[in-house]
Design a protein around this ligand. Structure first.
Ligand code: SAH
Length: 351
């Protein structure tokens, strides 16, 4: 393959049905060819023009001149020895590296997708923050992580979480376009409840998401029970205060009538005391939500994971609460694939 030429081509993956339709018109084909192309790419998972048997030869010649399928190249895959978890390393067209994680739990599998290269939010406990912010991913780069992983494994993943590198709500449009492509019933066809977008708490975007009435699941990383506590580990709380965040969360849950997920990373002696648990219980009392506790995955900084006794003491305060409480025992920590462990040490690999 002529690599330089291939690099100049536009990627089809990431284009929505309307875009594929107008692309077909632009090259002098009937509009419905766009629908056929959509079907091959997203539903049938085909990335070879030769196999697209219902497309006319002229169209295929035109397409293969100017368009390729994948915006990403799979560079590496590592597998956990402890759990059925794999981490994938992809290279973008301009040489940035991103990571995605595939986790199996019984017969359910979940893919965790990155939305940005690095992250600008600077949460003190997260390895991605240490990379700084390099680039927003396009919808194609987000969805291609899913598509490439889907074609490698036997059973397609049934859940997708936007919880990899980056802050999804600082790349709002591409994330929503990627979620739409995952959901499209004629294409990948994942139910709304199978797609979760996790945000650090960008309040105006939570409001926008609520107004626009999206039906994908929303998760908010609370990680502290007071403004002071949040400020210690999440500088973004200065701009988006705990009070504003809780108000936006409450409004989302009541308007959408959907259950919000509240994520809470448990960090030893910072936010994991029984007192903190009691405050948390009070804060969430009137929000339609479920609480997901995430014992901290250490990344070599000053913070520690609480021991199991501390975690259980925290949990003990949350008996008989009105909302469900779950603990996320992170998968794949031996290959740095756990929550908050995704980071690329040397970015921009020149080719
Ligand atoms: N930026 C988004 C999504 C990425 S992080 C967000 O903040 O929600 C996904 C989840 O992992 C978040 O709840 C985050 O708080 C949590 N997390 C980050 N670093 C972690 C670490 N070292 N250990 C455990 N969880 C972590």
């Amino acid at each position: 393959m002529d690599y330089a030429k291939n690099k100049e081509k536009v990627s089809l993956i990431g284009l929505c049905l309307d875009e594929l339709r107008s692309l077909s018109e632009q090259v002098g084909e009937k509009t419905f060819r766009g629908q056929q192309l959509f079907d091959w790419i997203y539903r049938k998972n085909i990335d070879d023009y030769n196999l697209m048997t219902n497309l006319p030869g002229t169209f295929i010649t035109e397409l293969s001149e100017k368009y390729k399928f994948h915006p990403l190249v799979l560079a590496h895959c590592s597998e956990s020895k402890k759990e059925p978890t794999k981490k994938f390393l992809f290279r973008t067209e301009n040489g940035h590296m991103i990571e995605s994680v595939l986790m199996h739990d019984g017969n359910r599998s979940t893919v965790c997708l990155s939305t940005q290269v690095g992250c600008a939010v600077d949460c003190q406990f997260c390895a991605t923050a240490q990379m700084g912010f390099l680039k927003n991913l396009t919808a194609g780069e987000i969805i291609d992580q899913f598509i490439q992983i889907r074609s490698i494994i036997e059973e397609p993943p049934i859940n997708v979480v936007f919880m990899g590198m980056g802050e999804p709500f600082l790349n709002y449009r591409s994330v929503i376009q990627a979620a739409e492509l995952l959901h499209q019933p004629d294409g990948i066809n994942l139910g709304f409840d199978r797609i979760t977008i996790s945000t650090v708490g960008i309040v105006p975007k939570i409001k926008r998401y609520t107004q626009e009435g999206h039906r994908y699941k929303l998760a908010i990383s609370l990680n502290g029970v007071s403004q002071e506590q949040r400020l210690m580990i999440m500088p973004i709380s200065k701009a988006h205060t705990l009070d504003d965040l809780l108000a936006a969360a409450r409004k989302y849950a009541s308007i959408s009538r959907r259950k919000l997920t509240i994520e809470y990373v448990l960090i030893e002696k910072l936010n994991d005391s029984p007192e903190d648990a009691k405050t948390l219980k009070r804060l969430l009392r009137d929000i339609r939500c479920k609480l997901n506790l995430i014992p901290y995955n250490e990344i070599g900084g000053p913070y520690r994971r609480p021991n199991d006794d501390r975690i259980n003491a925290f949990l003990a305060q949350l008996q008989n609460v009105s909302f469900p409480v779950t603990v996320r025992w992170s998968k794949g920590t031996d290959i740095d694939a756990g929550c908050g462990q995704l980071a690329i040490k040397e970015n921009i690999i020149n080719d």
